[in-house]
Design a protein around this ligand. Sequence first.
Ligand code: GDP
Ligand code: MG
Length: 163
Amino acid sequence: MSNIVAIVGRPNVGKSTLFNRLTESRKAIVDDMSGVTRDRHYGMAEWINKPFTVVDTGGYVANSDDVFESAINEQVLIAIEEASVILFMVDVNTGITDLDDSIAAILRRSRKPVFVVANKVDNNSQRNDASVFYGFGLGELHLISSMTGSGTGELLDEVVTHF
Ligand code: GDP
Ligand code: MG
């Protein structure tokens, strides 16, 4: 597969909501793969005549016993490995959490194009709150609302330049 966009982030930031929005009309084309990939969901999407695969991950979860070897984190690491572009999703309403920082550290080592996607920016009054995410020192910052679709077009315009 080529042109793979992986959506990573801690649980509840809105990854699956964005995945569903991007893959809406084509959801059934790619079945989820079995075996080792079972916790990553694949869908087909297209933007300006450029088709790509979107990967929704279960969400990176810190595990105090064994952070890096738990199954859920393993599939996030695989998704990062196979991605051509990574969307690192965070929640504008919570700011940066410890878990966000852990994921950012992994992404800094990935050498892949990373877009920091501040989700849940449903209205303009939240735009200033998102500037805190520049603190990751990772890639471009995009403000979106997966719920309303606001900002997703501008994000995709940039993402497809990497294909
Ligand atoms: P995931 O765990 O990262 O896959 O997150 P989900 O996509 O399951 O979303 C978690 C919760 O956030 C759900 O209640 C969504 O409806 C909500 N949510 C997702 N995107 C947005 C958004 O843009 N704005 C708001 N207000 N809520 C959102
Ligand atoms: Mg999800």
